[in-house]
Design a protein around this ligand. Structure first.
Ligand code: NI
Length: 391
């Protein structure tokens, strides 16, 4: 490929995007995907750091000595059977790039190539984190087991957005994705004949009361100005119509933006489950599994995103906050990083169509080059214009 030839680069990126789309792989199984990313980066003369990652990799573009920042691109696909009518549809039945991570990979590679071509003008170092298993919520932790983030002063991220036209950039300062926690509640009663409930302790009645009680947390315990929610998504108990079972189990998720609300939610879920069950004479067990925290977009970094879009003549819109999660948040989290790492996560419009995770989701390929140029522009501005803003 001729350096600086944008038409040629665009075709190259589109061809490779189609390859990634045809070869989707599930979280932690991104072996072919990783090999392909390695091949393309190596072809472009980009250095890959020697980490013992089973899947995913970290590449680096070194400009002149300066600060180090990083861009996160997630690489995994979903267990979804593709229904998108594209000539490059998934070649693996039941697995699909339904979240646009094939676009993330390609735009990340495009940005890396653009920075590599002009690295003598780059005022620092950019690491490109091709991260496995975002859909499992913990792939970021695999990267954090390496020392890849140790010298990184800013973490940048982006996501495909099928609610906006191709190339429209969604930007927001503040919270953009929620903390994701999961709970399981087991209610233990005493089984008996359905005709003689007085002989036992009914875990189903206690569970029904617990479900009702859990929904009081958001309305009675959480500040009305704070986004938060709880969903009970599974209840299982019993095997037949005339036997009261001994046990019931429910499962669900809690989503919060504020750190304090997250702590409060866990405390209240435990209290309500235990005390309500107790009132019915039943016992409980609560299993709480913490997922990624909420993503907070740093104001100064959000402004770099705005200014870069303006410079490139790209339209911006206020980014929608989501109660969904992204393990991108781990890279900026005080608890995992043991320091503050400012981050910013923008949405890049990929053409209005089916939502992400839908079997018909698809990306307008015309966005791949502009997205690469945009990301390269943001990373360059973050390193080179920092002095201008008194950073
Ligand atoms: Ni995604």
């Amino acid at each position: 490929m001729k350096p600086g030839d944008r038409k040629q680069l665009e075709q190259y990126l589109i061809n490779n995007f189609e390859w990634f789309h045809r070869h989707p792989e599930l979280p932690y199984e991104e072996v072919q995907t990783t090999a392909k990313i390695r091949e393309l980066l190596t072809e472009a003369g980009i250095e890959i750091l020697p980490y013992p990652l089973a899947t995913g990799l970290v590449a680096v573009v070194r400009g002149v000595p300066g600060r180090t920042i990083a861009l996160r691109c997630d690489i995994d696909a979903l267990p979804v059977r593709e229904e998108a009518e594209v000539p490059y549809a998934s070649g693996t039945d039941g697995i699909m790039h339904a979240c646009g991570h094939d676009f993330h990979i390609t735009a990340g590679i495009g940005a890396a190539i653009l920075l590599q071509e002009r690295r003598e003008e780059l005022c620092g170092t950019v690491k490109f984190i091709f991260q496995p298993a975002e859909e499992e919520s913990h792939g970021a932790l695999k990267i954090l087991e390496t020392d890849a983030m140790n010298d990184v002063e800013q973490i940048w991220g982006f996501h495909a957005d099928p609610t906006n036209a191709a190339g429209v950039i969604g930007i927001r300062e503040g919270y953009v994705t929620a903390a994701v926690d999961r709970f399981v509640i087991r209610v233990k009663g005493t089984g008996c004949h359905g005709a003689h409930p007085d002989d036992g302790i009914d875990p189903i009645l206690a569970s029904a009361a617990i479900v009702q009680g859990l929904q009081s947390i958001v309305s009675r315990n959480i500040n009305a100005f704070h986004p938060a929610l709880l969903s009970v998504t599974r209840i299982q108990a019993g095997t037949t119509w005339n036997v009261i079972p001994a046990e019931a189990e429910m499962e669900g998720t809690v989503r919060t933006m504020n750190r304090e609300d997250r702590i409060l939610y866990e405390k209240r879920v435990r209290e309500i489950a235990e005390r309500t069950a107790d009132a019915y004479g039943a016992d409980t067990e609560v299993i709480w599994t913490a997922g990624p925290p909420a993503t907070w977009n740093n104001g100064e970094m959000a402004r770099v995103c705005e200014e870069t879009a303006k410079k490139l003549g790209m339209q911006t819109v206020p980014e929608e906050s989501s109660m969904g999660g992204d393990d991108f948040a781990y890279y900026e989290d005080r608890d995992t990083m043991h320091r503050d790492v400012p981050g910013c996560y923008v949405k890049i419009g990929t053409g209005v169509g089916h939502p992400i995770h839908h079997p018909g989701f698809c990306v307008d390929e015309r966005v791949i080059l502009p997205a690469s140029v945009y990301l390269a522009g943001v990373l360059t501005a973050a390193l080179c214009d920092a002095g201008d803003r008194g950073n």
